[in-house]
Every structure is written in structure tokens, then in C-alpha cells.
Write a protein that binds this ligand. Sequence first.
Ligand code: NAD
Ligand code: UGA
Length: 469
Amino acid sequence: MSHKIKTICCIGAGYVGGPTMAVIAKKCPHIQVMVVDINHERISRWNDHNLCNLPIYEPGLKEIIEKCRGKNLHFSTDIESNIAAADMIFISVNTPTKVKGLGAGHAIDLKWIDASARQIAKYAKGYTIIVEKSTLPVKTAETIKQILESSHQNMVIKEESKKAFSVLSNPEFLAEGSAINDLENPDRVLIGGNDNNAIASLTEIYSNWVNREKIITTDLWSSELSKLIANAFLAQRISSINSISALCESTGADINNVALAIGSDKRIGKYFLQSGPGFGGSCFRKDILNLVYICKHYGLKEVAAYWQQVIDINNWQQKRISNIIIEKLFGTISGKKIGILGFSFKANTNDTRDSPSIHICKELIEEGGCLAIYDPKVIPEQIEIDLSIKQTKSKKDSEGSWYFSRSVLDSAKDADALLIITEWDEFKKLNWEEISNAMRPPSWLFDTRGITNIYEARKNGINTWRVGN
Ligand code: NAD
Ligand code: UGA
């Protein structure tokens, strides 16, 4: 028998917690959804009256916030009382790669998960279902259970405040930029656990909008592992197509034609075959590094080496692109202006975590380039943090520098090269005549996403390079 869920608390108001809870609130008006975070600034932006100030840009998100916020969707820093009031708690905190200590550079840093479990153990009341939403190494549910159990064994519990917990794994498969659509129309919802009543409670929530056939239930460990493997397989396709983009450039084949030809085979499928500047985002790299770490831990060194290659090709592709730019600009970019179009790791998000732009821009700055960076959604303060270099005040000829540009045309003005790194729609239909007139000849276009009409650019006197072409 399922437990009726009236109040949900989500720990972590980030790129997953925020949109996921917004969609649950929209689809389940009978449930109160409380999203809590230790980051006060983030919560106050979720509560901002001006919906343009939400901490996350996602198409369709602000409409849901407008509809549900203050009714059955609330954002708060009051972690204690919201945990206490919840029938079900989602843990949606960050799980980055460890930067120091055992497993540094590969293993996941579980300190935020550990802290969340301890908060729950301390403040939860009565029976509570704990749902792992964060992506976690296999068997983390065991750690969470141990923290929950040991903490209440150590307490003198009055009968009426007795605590009990069930832990479920319910990994999230949304992609940024299409998060709302992915949440509203998921390919599948995965629930792992060994408590059938708890599974039934979570299934009931999703059944408000997801067809039951799409709700897969499984054991805890398979659920946790499936999330890592889904990301590893997706990233593997990108490294595969990027490796072939280099072969196309050497042989005269065209990567788009190859992708179309192979993707038409149902067994291969047409998605995730777009070659580009390498994958970015907060998850692919860290999840594969974690997979490599787990394989090594279990003595599977050949399997670990296999998946490590997915990361190695990704790094190689980014380095390859910056080398090509330097080579085409006569072996030196010192003091040359390069317009950078796009800083987020993909279109339709303001997220820059592990964006290919960061790696490529750092290389170009290191080589003395003067970058004019334009992105429709990323703010200059974020770029400053990501590059760890302050932007210059003057726009001219400062070797090894960058400044924030307000438009494509501003980036192109007097530039030796334009470099497209993010596939924003705005960059798909540029006025090449205007751009060519603004640039300093001999000018170059480097299209790492293969999204522009390079023939138009060429017709207007710009030299072009397109990935895989
Ligand atoms: P995020 O950094 O955007 O958000 C995490 C939030 O948790 C932060 O705001 C942080 O302040 C908060 N937090 C950390 N510890 C806390 C605590 N003890 N109490 C309250 N708040 C706390 O991260 P994200 O991108 O939302 O990712 C969260 C998890 O979801 C990760 O495990 C990630 O791998 C996974 N995931 C992410 C995506 C994605 O597209 N970003 C997709 C699927 C899964
Ligand atoms: C990815 C997965 O797609 C989600 O299913 C998963 O939930 C999420 O990671 C996660 O666990 O965080 P996300 O990183 O948001 O989602 O975005 P993707 O669309 O997967 O793109 C990742 C990177 O690969 C981007 O840099 C993108 O530009 C690049 N990419 C994607 C390509 O270069 N080519 C493609 O064909 C597809």
C-alpha cells in the first residue's frame, strides 16, 4: 500500500532541483512542494518578483514559476522545518568530482550528500521517504541508509516522534536547455528500491502525468548504475563522432553526410551525432571519471581504460580546435582580436560548467589572443569566474585578454577571426556581408558546431573552417 504524499521537500535548488520540483508542482496541485537550499542568494533569486532574475534560464520554466510559486511551490532557506514537515524528501544536491584526498580527480565528492543525510536524520519526523535525485556512485543509497539508521539509534526516541526511512533511487535524465520538455515528456522514469510501498508512493506522483508503462522500477544498485551508464553512452557517441570529424577533415568527407548516413540505421539512431567542440556541462566528465574510478576499484582496468578514452578524445578535440585556429592565423594570435560566439556549454542555457568555451578561450588567451566574448544568456561575472581572468577595460589589442561583448557585430568589429562555440539560434542566421565589412582582412570564421552557412561567409570574402568539413 502506498503512503499518501502531501508535502515534498527538495534539498538543492539547482539546475535539477528547481525545474524538477516546478514540474511536480505544476502536475500535482494537491501536493505542497518546498525547495530548500543553503545558498541564500539562489533562493532569493527563485523568489524574485522579476522572473528574468531566476537563477536558471530554461525555456518554459518562468511560466511554471509564475503559475505555481506561492501556491504549491515554495523556495526557502529554512531547511529544518521543511524537512520536518515533509512526507517525501528529494536529495538534489551537487555531486562534483573530488579535488583532493582519496580518489581526487575521479571519485565523486559525497560531502553534500553526507550533509543532506545528516540534516534529514536530525530533523525528519515520523515516516519519510528519501529519494536520491542526484547522480550517485553505485551503492550510495547504502551510505545514506547507514547515516539515517545510525543517527536514530543514537537518540532516545519518544514513541510518538519515532522516525523511519525508506531510501529510493530516482535518477534524473533531463538535459539542460530542454529540461521542462524532458520532465513533462520523459522517455522513462526510473525508480530503484526494495520497499514496494515507497516505490508505489513515488510512482503515484509521476503517474499524474507520465504513462505507467514508462515508469521502470528496479533494484537500487541497477538504478544508480544505469544513470552513470546512460551518461557514459551518450558522451561516448559524441567522442566517437568527434574522432571521425578529424578523419573527415583529413579525407575530404563531410561529417554531416556521414552522420546522416549512419544515423539512418535504426540500430544506430540519428540523435547525438552532432560533432562539435567536445561535450561540456556539469555531468558527462564527472560521471565518466566516476565510472572509471569504480571500474578500477573493482579491478576492471581494461574497462576503466576503455571509458577513459571517451574523456581523452574530448580533451583532444578541444585542444585540436585551438591549435587549428592558431595555425590558420599564420601561427600567431598574439594581439589579434578573436570574436567568441557563445560561452554556455550548449544553447538555451546560461550554464557554463565545463563548457568547451572555457578550455578553448583559456588556450587562446594563453597564446596572446584578445577575445571579445558574446553570449546571449551568460553574464560577464560568470565568464570572469570561469576564466579566472578579469576582463580588460580597453577593447583594443591587449595581448592575452578578453572583454564582454554585447553583440555579434561588436565581437566581429576589427576581428581577425570569429569562432562559434555554442549553437545558439542567433548564430545560425548571421548577416555575413555586414560581418565581413566589420572584420579585419584576411578574416576567418571557425564554426565548431557546423551551424552557419559557410558558403555565404566565403562569398563575402571570409576564409572558413567548419568542424568535420
Ligand atoms: P547545482 O549545483 O545546480 O545545485 C545543487 C544545489 O544544492 C546548490 O544550489 C547547493 O547550494 C545545494 N546544496 C548543497 N548542499 C546542500 C545542503 N546540505 N542543504 C541544502 N542545499 C544544499 O547542481 P545540479 O546541476 O542541480 O545537479 C544536482 C545533481 O543532479 C547532481 O548530482 C547532478 O549530477 C545531477 N544531474 C544534473 C543534471 C543537470 O542537467 N544539471 C541532470 C541530471 C542529473
Ligand atoms: C546530459 C544528458 O543528455 C542528460 O540525459 C543527463 O540527465 C544530464 O547530462 C546530466 O546527467 O547532467 P546535458 O549535459 O544537460 O544533459 O546536455 P546534453 O544535451 O547531453 O549535452 C551535453 C554536451 O554534449 C553539450 O556540450 C552539447 O553541446 C554536447 N553535444 C550533445 C554534442 O556535442 N553533440 C551532440 O550530438 C549532443
